[in-house]
Ligand binder design. Structure first.
Ligand code: 0O2
Length: 219
């Protein structure tokens, strides 16, 4: 009985650390969002969401990847147990927020996958970063890996539909739908590019440029 309790406590602590990692990253992104809104009068972040992989999801991925079913191996090999998604209006904002976030002193960038520069064959686009953030517990500091996905509204729209279709057809998606999705991905990329251009044109007109407000003294 005691051993089971120990195992349960160890697992609870394991999963909790990932939730704390999500909380840390979400807070950082929300601070940037608030700062931009209130100080620079321009907000590059549309919304922020997060998800903690379920224990079943973690085990399924570990099995798929041939990872041994002990917490140390899972911790080392499965880096997307904690996930945060940052949605921006424009591609330039995606890279801007990525740079600001990953440039923070306590954010350790472990890996970047730029599916915007190199989209996946199905058309998927997003900028992924695996980062480690420190989580301060009562008795130790743990470095928690978090996968942060940065994307535009158009990329997000496409990915959520593709995800639904993929699950509906249980990975056996009819070719016609795959072709349609690929075409929609091209349309979404064109929309991003057109919107970016319009955005630059508007920002190029000083009378429409939001006036940055002076920031107060740094504390
Ligand atoms: P969920 O439900 O979002 O958690 P793998 O995870 O094994 O596919 P890898 O290298 O760990 O491979 O991850 P990668 O390529 O960085 O992608 C991980 C996450 O990105 C996925 O998590 C999705 O959220 C998203 N993603 C990647 N490719 C696609 C795609 O083609 N379509 C959509 N809609 N999303 C994608 P999960 O855990 O698969 O799903």
């Amino acid at each position: 009985m005691g051993e089971f309790r120990e195992l349960r406590d160890e697992f609870t602590r394991f999963m909790l650390c990932y939730q704390f990692g999500i909380d840390e990253v979400t807070t950082k992104i929300k601070i940037l969002q608030q700062e931009f809104t209130h100080i620079h009068a321009y907000n590059p972040i549309e919304h922020v969401s997060s998800r903690l992989k379920t224990p079943e999801g973690v085990l399924a991925k570990a099995q798929r990847r041939g990872v041994s079913p002990d917490l140390e191996s899972v911790r080392a090999e499965i880096t997307d147990i904690a996930g945060v998604r940052v949605t921006c209006a424009f591609v330039s904002d995606v890279y801007r927020v990525f740079d600001l976030f990953t440039g923070q002193q306590d954010v350790q960038l472990m890996l970047t996958k730029d599916y915007i520069a190199s989209p996946k064959p199905n058309g998927y686009r997003s900028l992924h970063a695996i980062v480690q953030v420190p989580v301060f517990l009562s008795d130790e500091t743990v470095l928690v890996p978090v996968e942060v996905q940065f994307r535009t509204i158009a990329m997000d729209f496409w990915a959520s539909l593709e995800h639904k279709i993929y699950y509906k057809y249980e990975t056996q998606v009819p070719q016609q739908l795959l072709d349609g999705l690929h075409e929609a991905a091209t349309t979404a990329a064109r929309l991003d590019s057109d919107m970016e251009q319009l955005h630059h044109e508007i920002r190029g007109h000083p009378e429409q440029e939001p006036v940055p407000q002076a920031a107060g003294p740094t504390v």
